[in-house]
Every structure is written in C-alpha cells, then in structure tokens.
Design a protein around this ligand. Structure first.
Ligand code: SF4
Length: 201
C-alpha cells in the first residue's frame, strides 16, 4: 500500500472532475498518518484554495480551539475534506463531484485507519450517514466495523450562527470521551466486567 505522502502526490495531479479547472491549488489534507481521529469537512474555501491546506481560515481557527479544548493539537489528528478542490464561489458540492472525489477519501481512511471519523457539516455527514438530518444526529456516534463515526456541525456554522457555538463545543467534549474509550475498547474485559458501551443512533 502507498503511504499518505504518495497518495497526496496523486491527489495533487487529479483532474477527474470540473473543479480542476477552477482551483488555484488542490487541498489533499494534512496531519498525522497515525492519527486516531480523522476530521472531514466539506470542501476547501477561499483561503484553503490559496494555501493548499485544509481549515486555515476563521473556521480553521475555531476548529483548532475546539481541538485544544479536549487536549489535542492539530498535528496529532488528520484533517481533510470530502472534495479536494474548491467549488467556485463556495457553492455546495455537486453529487457528481462527490462521486469523482470519493476514492481519495476512501484511500486516506484506508491508509490512516482511524479509530474515530468525525464528519463536519452535512455534506461530509451524508458520506457516512445517508438520509439523516444533522440537527437530529449531531453529537451521537455510530460504530461500524470497529470505527466510530461521529457527526458534528461544521465549525463555520458557529461563525454564521452564534447559537450553534455552544452545541459544537459540547459535541467536541464527547469526542474526548470517545477517545478515552477507544484506548481500551480492544482490551479484553476482566472476568465479570461489563464492556464499555457507546451510544448509537
Ligand atoms: S475535486 Fe476531487 S475529483 Fe475533482 S479534480 Fe479535485 S481532487 Fe479530482
């Protein structure tokens, strides 16, 4: 299997959808190849497109604050987007663009093998939780094949709607608990000891 650096090089050359014509830079993602947690946003915005890095604007600053609130530094997680190129004018991703870009996210997850996948925003959530509404399921994890999937609002939502800020902050605290639980989730429970439970939806 290729390394994450090899994969990033491949992504940088991708022209599989129309967005290749509009981008300044491709934004593959960045962070720890051995991260236990991967956070997935929707698509690069203006600043990300210019710098080739995910979450570098105001939403990125808030995301770093959220991570710090549970004792995590940005370089200890892996951060990427569903789409690796910016949609013009920050419009919503088109279904065909998501389909074209899907293989890159699949490969990133295959290489990193995170314990927890956090979706940020509804387009990222739809990739793992089709047919649900973010207002109903945010902050509630689901476990599948040994991976915990955890939907959250996009940090940018708090910048546009202050009332969501506290909700996002509280959901982030749940991730701290999940991280602590995944530390020993693979451990064999001692005789007579109940395994730790995750809430599901
Ligand atoms: S958005 Fe994804 S599929 Fe489209 S050109 Fe960029 S990397 Fe390729």
């Amino acid at each position: 299997m290729s390394t994450l650096a090899d994969l990033h090089r491949e992504i940088l050359g991708c022209c599989a959808c129309e967005l290749a014509k509009h981008r300044t830079r491709v934004v593959p993602g960045e962070g720890d190849e051995n991260a236990r947690i991967v956070l997935i946003g929707e698509a690069p915005g203006l600043h990300e497109d210019r710098q080739g890095r995910p979450f570098v604007g105001a939403a990125g600053k808030f995301l770093e604050e959220l991570l710090a609130s549970i004792g995590l530094k940005r370089n200890r997680v892996y951060i990427c987007n569903v789409l690796k190129c910016r949609p013009p004018g920050n419009r919503d991703p088109m279904p065909e663009e998501i389909v074209s870009c899907r293989k890159w996210l699949d490969s990133q997850l295959e290489i990193i093998k995170p314990k927890i996948v956090v979706t940020l925003g509804r387009h990222s959530m739809a990739r793992f939780f089709p047919g649900v509404t973010i207002s109903k399921v945010h902050g509630r994890e689901r476990q599948e094949n040994g991976v915990i999937y955890f939907p959250m609002y996009h940090p940018a939502a708090a910048l546009h709607q202050q009332s969501l800020r506290r909700t996002i902050e509280m959901d982030m605290q749940r991730i701290r608990t999940l991280l602590d639980m995944t530390e020993d989730i693979t451990a064999v429970p001692k005789t007579g000891e109940e395994p730790k439970q995750l809430s599901m939806f």
